[in-house]
Design a protein around this ligand. Sequence first.
Ligand code: MG
Length: 361
Amino acid sequence: MLRELHTELRAPFRSSRGSVTERRVLLITLEAEGLESWSECVAGVDAESTEDVDRAWSALAGELLPRAVGRRFARPEELLAQLRPPADARAARASIEMAAWDLVARAEGVSLAKKLGGTLAAVPVGVAVGLQDSDEALLDVIAGHLAEGYARVKVKIVPGRDVDMLTAVRARFSAAVLWADANAAYTLDDAARLGGLDALDLGLIEQPLAADDLVGHARLQSQLRTPICLDESIRSLEDVDRAIEIGACRVVNLKPGRVGGLGESIRIHDRLRDAGIPVWCGGMLETGIGRAYNLALASLPGFTLPGDISATRRYWDRDIVDLDFVVANGCMQVPTGLGTGVAVDVERVQALTVRMAVFAA
Ligand code: MG
């Protein structure tokens, strides 16, 4: 079954790409042998590097889900091979692949984290802070999140709201772990400006340049002391290989929806681990369903830096799962129940559904 939900965030989230107040969420339900799995498609959250929601809907409804009906598989890769997902439908493909992983974990009677090879019972988590109206407002928001116990704070930056703003943040929070995320808002001409961040002891600068500009990132990294982390640039293992080869980054933000699923995420994780490059799990304004998958992935041993896996209340007044994700001592517990370990609040899902399609044999 495929559904589209219209959801509203607790508060607008602003980055260099604009402001987000609501999210169109696609949910998939796969059923097999008396088991049921829900997954979430993150299309549309980041339209530059994933497909948009309508494109994902048509890939899922027009091709992938009709082909999935009646298929037998023991591993998620076997299901995908039969579906032949279009190359540009990564988020759609990922949502089916992730549900298949969850089904297999449930069929084997284990948690998804265990099935993926996770080793951590709790993972370090951080929070992403959007652009605020003033530096004072930003300082207040950060103080609130640090009091909530997050292991680090990531601040969105944009040309003109960067060095001075973060200097004020560093002055107020001298010991905090601070990161900056530019969402591709700069060019190489800004190298000197970005160099001004080197004095602020940031853990990393995320995606300063355009997604397809790996060479530019390599040049910029050679001029910066602060590690560059790639996010939007990383859509596959090949992207990671290229980035490592030319020294385009020292850290990677991995998003399973962007790279086409958990299988590719594990391959990327393994490659980065071998290369000694730290990886962390990014977020795409997920509901509790997507959050549970991210947590399971982030329990793999190479995820050594805090992920963007925030508490439920960071983004939602009321979630669509039964589990309230909370942060304690900088960490979030990885669910231990079957599969993703969360139960969906079907009544809530129905109330938010604006369209649905059913596929049956
Ligand atoms: Mg980012």
